[in-house]
Each structure stands twice: as structure tokens, then as C-alpha cells.
Design a protein around this ligand. Structure first.
Ligand SMILES: *Cc1c(COP(=O)(O)O)cnc(C)c1O
Length: 365
């Protein structure tokens, strides 16, 4: 937490706005819009809820297909299934680890020929780095397919000077406990179109029609963010830039100490933007380094240091068995060789030093 969160929460208590509505919710939405540079936003109970509403508002329903990045957390695709639709997983490129624009373009052209275009594309911005949005947006526009950006991991990043999450029909962000800023749990849906966001707010509050009694013409959800948590979010927004600097500093320190070791390759930073370096990730070539990713992970664990393999691609997840994959070899390789190092915003130089020390003693050291 930063310095202001407690004061905002105190304000919520003093004004007795302990509800999924209130002045902090409205202010958080407005301040978030200013931070990322977009017209409208709805504060929600999670990033997953935001993505679910985006898909529903994009008209995704039973029997539809939705293209989605394969190398990501399962929450990028679960809401596709909530809507009764089927995910089709698209591979990454090596330059950004995100959806390969060329592969997407080819796949959409092929689908257009067969007359079975997907209903939407969910584009993930992984580990703090924006995907290459322009060619992906152009491909979606060519076939009139709505682009939904999952920027849950990329708040604070830029793409050509703008925030990823603000280019597509809808963008979503997450304030889960592990994200770069947090409300303990929460999310944001953003769009330029005010009608979409108004509809999202309506659906997120049980789709209650205007009437003195409880009247419902359709079935909605209980997806709004609490006014108390929105207060935390307002405080967190004020320290976002500091958090990005801290995360980038972690990455720079790891890369400076380990980047020269043969077989270690840090996640590249694509030239079109600035990564928040939400997580510091690298890949390990076992032949050159002298041991594989898993040996390094276990060595860290033996020193009570938690690290994690890169996301297991969704096309390999048992929950999505039988779903189509477009490519997949790049994501599989990044999963097999990729490791996420301790990356918290409050890591000390000494703590990073311990991580570096363990890795330096691995392989052909
Ligand atoms: C965290 C995350 C989500 C889900 O956000 P929640 O707020 O935890 O529901 C979605 N997509 C990605 C890529 C994430 O990392």
C-alpha cells in the first residue's frame, strides 16, 4: 500500500458508504480514465468479471468461437466458456511473447474464406508488455471483429505512447492482489463508447430496470466494486508510476547481473513501447547454461525463494482439451524454458542479491 489508501478507506467509513456504489467508485473510475487515457470505465469486482461483461456486450454467445492468446492465465479464456462459446488459441511471437499478428492475420483470412470468422478476439498483454496492437487491430477491423484487450498484467505499460487496453472495443484491467496495483480484488472495464460502459454497469448490478419495484427484463450479475475497495484503488493509482519504476528496476538489476551468462535470455522489450516489467522473466537454454529451467526453480526453492514457470499455454490445459490451437510451438517453448523471478515492488537489493546468487551458482558456474 501507498500513503493515501487508508485515508480514502477512512472516508468511506465516515460517510458510511459501505456498498458497491458510492463516491469512491465514481472517482476511481474517473481517475482511472485519466490515468490510461480513455473516455469511460466501470469499476468491477474482478478482471474476470470485466472480461465476461466485455464478451457479453460484444455479442458472444452459445456456439460462437473466440480467438484468444494461448500464453496466458486461464482467466483470459474462462469467460468465453461462461458465455457458452469456444476459445481458439493463437500462438505468440518471440519478439513480445504476445499474440503473433501475422499468424492472426493468416488465420482470419483463412476463416473468412471458410465463412466461419470468430465472434471476437481476446488479446492479452503479458507480464507488463503490450502486444503489437496496430496490426492486430487492423486485422480485426478488416473482418469487422471486435477486439477485446486483456490488459490485466499491463497497467502502467505503453504502446506507441498510449496505454494498452485503450485500443480495442473494450479493455480490461485487474486489481487482484498479485497485480502491479491492487484493491485486494477488483477490476476495470474501459471503452470509448459510453453506451457500452452504461450497459456494463446495468448488467453488473443485476440488470435492474428503472421501476420502483424490482423489475428485470434480463438476467445480470453482481459484479460491482465495493466503495471501500475503490478507496484503496484511488490511493493505489497515485503510486502506479512508482510501482512501474520499482518493477523495471528489479528487471534491470537481474538483467545486469545475469544477462551475460550463456543460455540465459531475458524477456525482450518490444521497440514499440515500454514494458512495466510486472514480472521479471527469462528463458533458460539448458545446453548453454548447464542445467534446465526446472533445476534453477528447484535451486531457488531450496533457498526458500519462490519462482514460477511461465504460464502454461491454454491449448495445453486439460480444461480446454479439444479446443483448436493456431500454432503453439512458441508458447510451448516459452513455457518449457521460461521462469518468472521474484518481482515484487518492495523487493530489496539484498533480496534480489540472494536470487541472483543462487542462479549464479547453477549450471556451468
Ligand atoms: C489476473 C489476470 C486476469 C484476471 O483478473 P482477476 O482480477 O484476478 O479476475 C485476467 N487475465 C490475466 C492475463 C491476468 O493475469
Amino acid at each position: 500500500m501507498g500513503e493515501r489508501e487508508q485515508a480514502f478507506v477512512q472516508e468511506a467509513f465516515e460517510s458510511n458508504w459501505i456498498a458497491p456504489i458510492g463516491p469512491h467508485v465514481t472517482a476511481f473510475e474517473q481517475e482511472f480514465c485519466q490515468t490510461v487515457g480513455i473516455g469511460h470505465a466501470a469499476a468491477l469486482s474482478s478482471g474476470t468479471a470485466a472480461l465476461h461483461l466485455a464478451l457479453r456486450l460484444a455479442g458472444v454467445g452459445p456456439g460462437d468461437e473466440v480467438f484468444c492468446s494461448s500464453l496466458t492465465f486461464i482467466a483470459s479464456a474462462s469467460p468465453i466458456v461462461y458465455q457458452g462459446a469456444r476459445p481458439v488459441f493463437v500462438d505468440s511471437d518471440r519478439r513480445s511473447w504476445n499474440m503473433d499478428p501475422e499468424l492472426l492475420h493468416q488465420a482470419l483470412a483463412e476463416r473468412a474464406r471458410r465463412g466461419c470468422l470468430p465472434k471476437a478476439v481476446v488479446l492479452v498483454h503479458l507480464y507488463g508488455q503490450s502486444a503489437d496492437i496496430s496490426p492486430i487491430l487492423a486485422a480485426c477491423n478488416q473482418y469487422d471483429i471486435p477486439l477485446i484487450e486483456d490488459a490485466a498484467e499491463a497497467l502502467g505499460a505503453t504502446y506507441k505512447g498510449r496505454a494498452p487496453g485503450t485500443f480495442g472495443r473494450f479493455g480490461i484491467y485487474s486489481f487482484n492482489g498479485n497485480k502491479i496495483i491492487t484493491t485486494s480484488g477488483g477490476g476495470m472495464l474501459v471503452a470509448e463508447d459510453p453506451a457500452g460502459i452504461n450497459e456494463a454497469r446495468f448488467l453488473a448490478t443485476q440488470a435492474r430496470d428503472p421501476a420502483p419495484h424490482y423489475q428485470h427484463s434480463e438476467v445480470g450479475y453482481n459484479y460491482r466494486l465495493s466503495n471501500v475497495l475503490a478507496g484503496i484503488g484511488r490511493g493505489q493509482l497515485q503510486v502506479l508510476a512508482d510501482r512501474v519504476e520499482a518493477r523495471r528496476h528489479n528487471f534491470a538489476a537481474y538483467a545486469a547481473a545475469l544477462g551475460d551468462r550463456p543460455g540465459l535470455t531475458f524477456m525482450p522489450e518490444a521497440e514499440y513501447g515500454r514494458s512495466s516489467r510486472w514480472l521479471s522473466c527469462l528463458t533458460i537454454d539448458a545446453e548453454q547454461f548447464g542445467c534446465d529451467r526446472e533445476a534453477v526453480r528447484l535451486a531457488l526453492e531450496a533457498h526458500n525463494i519462490e519462482s514460477r514457470p511461465v504460464w502454461k499455454p491454454l491449448h495445453l490445459q486439460p480444461a480446454f482439451e479439444g479446443c483448436e490451437a493456431i500454432g503453439g510451438a512458441v508458447a510451448e517453448d516459452l513455457f518449457r524454458r521460461g521462469l518468472c523471478l521474484p518481482s515484487g515492488s518492495s523487493l530489496t537489493e539484498e533480496e534480489r542479491g540472494r536470487v541472483i546468487d543462487v542462479i549464479q551458482h547453477c549450471g556451468y558456474a
